[in-house]
Design a protein around this ligand. Structure first.
Ligand code: AMP
Length: 194
């Protein structure tokens, strides 16, 4: 099973990837996690990526493609993987296609978790309001402004990746606003067809 999960921050990609990882016993390959590990280890890639990541921008395609190419060659990815956070640009999607072709591999499915941006923003705002009302402190990543910026970045930079897979006919869409169990069920149903 080789899967790609697409969707903006807050869509529940991480939760669903974690579940699919258990279910199919395949690794979850998160480029964000791999880059953060490279930054922490101060590798040459990490040193290059740090400033870009701190600014919330995208790391260059060359770097990210290189990381993924190495990672999918590891033994644990032989029987499949879930890509989480990659591809984020059409160039990355094209590079992935070439990588897989050269290994005679195919993607099983590309699943997009569709969300309503305004509903997500309302959700995070009411969580902030409730926390403040009960005298708590708000987590840095629960800040609606930062969240909005990330949603916008996704819409501008990554939405073309959905079109790329839609044109190829491999894109499946799931309502990411539904309760978690329903999203899980919808994904399972889609994968049964494979
Ligand atoms: P994430 O944890 O997926 O939100 O990723 C954290 C940061 O890592 C992003 O803001 C980017 O700077 C970088 N990053 C992760 N994946 C990619 C990717 N596929 N292409 C470019 N940059 C990425």
């Amino acid at each position: 099973m080789r899967l790609i999960l697409l969707g903006p921050t807050g869509a529940g990609k991480g939760k669903q990837s974690g579940r699919l990882k258990q279910k199919f016993d395949i690794p979850q390959l998160s480029t964000g996690d791999m880059l953060r590990a490279a930054v922490a280890a101060k590798t040459p890639v990490g040193l290059k990526a740090k400033a870009v990541m701190d600014a919330g921008a995208l790391v260059s395609d060359d770097i990210v493609i290189g990381i993924v190419a190495d990672r999918i060659d590891e033994p644990d990815a032989k029987n499949g993987f879930i890509l989480d956070g990659f591809p984020r640009t059409v160039a990355q999607a094209e590079a992935l296609q070439q990588m897989l072709q050269s290994k005679h591999m195919e993607l099983s499915a590309v699943i997009e978790l569709k969300v309503d941006e305004q509903a997500l923003l309302d959700r995070i705002q009411s969580r902030v309001d409730e926390t403040l009302k009960s005298g708590g402190t708000v987590r840095a990543d629960d800040n609606p402004d930062a969240f909005k910026t990330r949603l916008e970045a996704y819409r501008i930079q990554t939405a073309p990746v959905s079109h790329y897979y839609a044109e190829k006919g491999t894109l499946k869409t799931v309502d990411g606003m539904a309760p978690i169990d329903e999203v899980s069920h919808a994904i399972d149903q889609l994968l049964l067809a494979h």
